[in-house]
Write a protein that binds this ligand. Structure first.
Ligand SMILES: Cc1cc2nc3c(=O)[nH]c(=O)nc-3n(C[C@H](O)[C@H](O)[C@H](O)COP(=O)(O)OP(=O)(O)OC[C@H]3O[C@@H](n4cnc5c(N)ncnc54)[C@H](O)[C@@H]3O)c2cc1C
Length: 379
């Protein structure tokens, strides 16, 4: 067993950290306030090869592995969780199902431009009436000649509105329930595709989240992903890996808050000494650092398992559960260490705290992670 990152992984971490600190961090506060996505940052990420890290070079990717990918999401999230999730949804939720279930033609047509960062991907599962119970979806797809006609709406779609390629789940056979769900690759330019309400959110504010409406949206038959009726399986397997991207996002947020808290605790003086000289503060920092490291290990382990073709569903659910709770606790503690200043927008810890909350909700709430983990334990 080797806990040391390879030289290539370390170099990638340094490269992404440098990019994150110099190109992403300077505008993170302003983009959060304005709820603004910055395409220029995305284009620079594409130039660095970050938009297709785990995909083979023949599909326009960097030919690296899932560990490299989670390191990149972590480093971006350390300064800006919105940028981290833009990459995570694009890679894990949109690229992954095309890579795993797409035909050669679909991979060349859709995975390649996504990997090269020319197109952005999104994943449409959640509906107004079906979140945790995704199988209760209402969106339908009916075959009409050489096209499927999709009707319905999806909500809370990360990259909604900025994405060009959407992986959409719809019922092709409503009587069969989850066995009647199929997956489709939908381009934003297809007739009947509409972007609806854009959410005004507590955190990850520069990651756009939108409603996507399908109003007789016509999708060529060849854009069916996998086979008819395989969609729910594709949706769930996609989330298995996606969860680890969110775990990485959570680790990054927590690390960012911890770094800020350590610095502040060394410099802020009260009662004639740095506040870090009080065990009430330094023990808190020790607990924060320990939880971050434990979360990172679970996250890297799940990524390593996936990279090595081993089962990773349980590991990835555990990583997301642990890292999401850690991010929430560590960012809350960081605000506490900053005292009143932590509650203001002068310092980034309040943003980290707002950003952390979503890691306990999306890609399966923490309760759903426990459902997934306990089912595997008890089967
Ligand atoms: C910012 C943001 C981005 C998102 N991005 C995407 C995206 O890109 N694509 C996409 O498809 N979706 C996306 N989502 C949707 C997200 O995955 C869902 O919000 C989430 O799965 C929870 O569904 P819900 O909101 O309907 O809550 P519900 O399912 O209604 O849950 C409400 C509460 O009940 C609990 N609960 C429900 N069922 C159980 C149970 N069986 N046992 C115990 N507790 C339970 C939940 O844990 C939660 O606390 C996003 C959401 C947000 C807010």
């Amino acid at each position: 067993m080797n806990f040391q990152l390879s030289e290539e992984h370390q170099q990638l971490r340094e490269m992404v950290r440098d990019f994150a600190e110099n190109e992403v961090a300077p505008t993170a506060k302003e983009r959060d306030e304005e709820a603004r996505f910055d395409r220029e940052i995305w284009d620079k990420m594409a130039e660095l090869g970050l938009t297709g890290i785990p995909w083979p070079e023949e599909y326009g990717g960097a030919g690296f592995d899932y560990l490299a990918y989670v390191i990149a999401v972590e480093e971006l999230s350390r300064v800006c969780a919105s940028t981290g999730v833009t990459l995570s949804a694009h890679t894990s939720l949109a690229g992954w199902p095309v890579y795993k279930f797409g035909t050669e033609e679909q991979k060349q047509k859709y995975l390649r431009p996504m990997a090269e960062g020319k197109k952005i991907g999104a994943y449409c599962l959640t509906e107004p009436g079906s979140g945790s119970d995704a199988g209760a979806m209402k969106t339908t797809a009916v075959l009409d000649g050489n096209e499927y006609v999709i009707n319905g709406s999806k909500i809370f779609i990360t990259n909604g509105g900025i994405a060009d390629i959407y992986i959409v789940f719809a019922l092709t056979n409503p009587e069969e329930k989850t066995r009647g769900v199929s997956a489709f690759i939908v381009e934003s330019s297809f007739p009947g595709f509409q972007v609806g309400k854009k959410e005004d959110k507590m955190g990850i504010r520069s990651s756009p989240t939108a409603e996507i409406i399908f109003d007789n949206c016509r999708v060529p038959k060849e854009n069916l992903l996998g086979e008819e009726g395989q969609g729910f399986k594709i949706a769930m397997q996609t989330l298995d890996g996606g969860r680890n991207g969110i775990a990485a996002q959570a680790v990054g947020i927590a690390q960012g808050a911890l770094d800020a808290a350590v610095e502040y605790a060394k410099n802020r003086e009260q009662f004639g000494k740095p506040i870090a000289a009080n065990q009430g503060v330094s023990f808190k920092l020790a607990d924060m650092a320990t939880a971050v490291e434990a979360s990172r290990l679970l996250t890297y382990q799940a990524a390593w398992l996936e990279s090595n073709g081993l089962p990773y569903g349980k590991a990835s659910a555990m990583a997301k559960l642990m890292a999401g709770d850690t991010a929430m606790k560590v960012t809350t503690d960081a605000v506490q260490i900053f005292g009143g200043y932590g509650y203001t927008k002068e310092y980034p810890v309040e943003r980290f705290m707002r950003d952390a909350k979503i890691t306990q909700i999306y890609e399966g709430t923490q309760e759903i992670q426990r459902v997934v983990i306990s089912r595997m334990l008890l089967k």
